[in-house]
Design a binder for this molecule. Structure first.
Ligand SMILES: [Fe+2]
Length: 459
């Protein structure tokens, strides 16, 4: 708890520092670009008003919930019994209090792009994310400059003491100004990259084709094609019409079977029926199957969305298997709910010590076993069981990464070593789909959305 408080406090401090940093930068730019002090004042007041409006709109629900949670914690300590207060907190949780507060301030999560989302949510998310990144870059550059200055000072001290080595020339004022301006210019790069990621890359779907060799694939399934869609995250920035467009693209690929690997909703349970309605348009002669993601668990819609899918002819596999038959032969399709061995998200449901417990009982010998598991971290266990192919999502391919510089520069590396693409180890293969939607910020960078088509082959 103390650790969580310290991390949260550090995060808030960094955020506040970043906002002060950028306000100072803007004031400096306004001074040099707008000579009239009256106009400068008017523009700054208007910008400040817009800033306060956007920040309040987006953060007010979180602040209210935070304060109520604090009151609940204090109450728990005062009573020292704990049980009564835990009930209160449990009640808040059970009643989807988060969703209720968000709904009261912002309305329920839309399934189409609204004016409010476009004018208030998107600019806020873009600004907070990019200003924070830009600030951290500026701090790192400043730190590097200070270290270089320190090294130069030390060198001068040693040089003047020994007089054996020539003194380095001091950095001129013009050069220092140039370096400072370059540092500020570099720290604005996230704003440009963020805009590119929001308006272009996020919508720039890639279709990946992959041949998967499974020696024990039945002959009747030679060339069998599976289309995988993952991490839809319906919402204002992944509206129903956009999903419908991707469904049309997937249908155009003429798969034999379609696999939907979880995270259909984001936070709001009220969006589930819309996403199911749209995904019901996915067509494949051998059927459409799926598994659930962590967002179905967090939004508490696992049972309800499974029933909704079933009513539209889509089968969600929950620790279950389905035999996909062609003539007298079949392949064995398995599916599991989200499970994790590390703490993540608003609660610790499905925290497991061992992945895929009991899944070996669902396997079929002498045929191909294909697992739908939202979390790619189940792969090690799946390979140990001998599951031929695992299809996963969850990571969004890192969503905002610099993998083109180094594979390590991806936030998803913090939770898995299986961030995107194809992996193989003795016993099995894994494909991690980058997904279609986004989470946190409606930005993708170096991780475009993806639909994958697999062609199964024996050789
Ligand atoms: Fe996701």
């Amino acid at each position: 708890m103390v650790q969580g408080f310290l991390i949260a406090s550090a995060g808030i401090l960094i955020l506040v520092a970043s906002q002060i940093f950028w306000v100072k930068q803007f004031r400096g730019w306004a001074r040099s670009l707008i000579p009239s002090s009256a106009w400068r004042r008017r523009i700054l007041v208007a910008a400040l008003a817009a800033y306060v409006l956007v920040i309040s709109y987006n953060l007010l629900p979180s602040w209210i919930v935070f304060v109520l949670n604090r009151i609940a914690t204090i109450g728990e300590r005062v009573r020292s019994a704990g049980a009564a207060n835990l009930t209160m907190r449990g009640a808040l949780h059970q009643a989807h209090f988060w969703g209720w507060i968000r709904g009261a301030v912002r309305g329920s999560e839309p399934t189409h792009l609204t004016l409010r989302a476009a004018l208030l949510q998107a600019p806020f998310q873009w600004w907070i994310f990019c200003s924070l990144l830009g600030f951290l870059i500026a701090v790192l550059l400043g730190l590097g400059d200070r270290i270089a200055q320190g090294a130069r000072w030390l060198y001068r001290r040693v040089a003047s003491a020994s007089r054996a080595v020539p003194l380095p020339s001091p950095v001129s004022l013009a050069r220092r100004r140039f370096l400072e301006r370059t540092a500020v210019a570099i720290s604005t790069a996230p704003f440009v990259a963020g805009a590119y990621g929001m308006f272009y890359e996020r919508l720039n779907l890639e279709i990946s084709h992959r041949r998967i060799k499974i020696p024990r694939l039945p002959r009747a399934f030679e060339g069998f094609r599976i289309a995988q869609l993952s991490d839809i995250h319906i919402g204002a920035f992944m509206p129903a019409d956009e999903i419908r467009r991707y469904v049309g693209i997937a249908n155009g690929l003429k798969p034999d079977l379609a696999a939907l690997t979880g995270d259909f909703v984001t936070w709001d349970p009220s969006t589930q029926s819309t996403v199911v309605d749209v995904l019901a348009e996915v067509k494949a002669p051998f059927g459409v199957y799926g598994c659930l993601g962590n967002h179905e668990m967090w939004a508490k819609v696992e049972d309800s969305i499974t029933h909704l899918f079933a009513s539209r002819g889509i089968r969600i596999l929950r620790q279950e298997r389905a035999q996909i038959a062609s003539g007298s032969e079949f392949i064995n399709l398995l599916g599991v709910d989200y499970e994790s061995s590390t703490r993540m998200g608003p609660n610790n449901q499905r925290l497991v010590r061992e992945y895929l417990l009991g899944v070996d009982r669902l396997m079929a010998p002498d045929t191909a076993n294909i697992l739908l598991s939202h979390n790619p971290n189940t792969f090690d266990r799946a390979a140990a069981y001998g599951i031929d192919l695992s299809l996963a999502g969850h990571t969004h391919g890192g969503q905002v990464t610099l993998e083109f510089i180094s594979p390590e520069l991806s936030p998803s590396r913090l939770i898995t070593s299986y961030v995107r693409g194809w992996f193989e180890k003795p016993g099995g293969q894994l494909y991690v789909n980058r997904g279609i939607g986004t989470i946190g910020v409606p930005i993708r960078f170096d991780a475009p959305p993806e639909i994958t088509v697999f062609e199964l082959t024996r050789s």
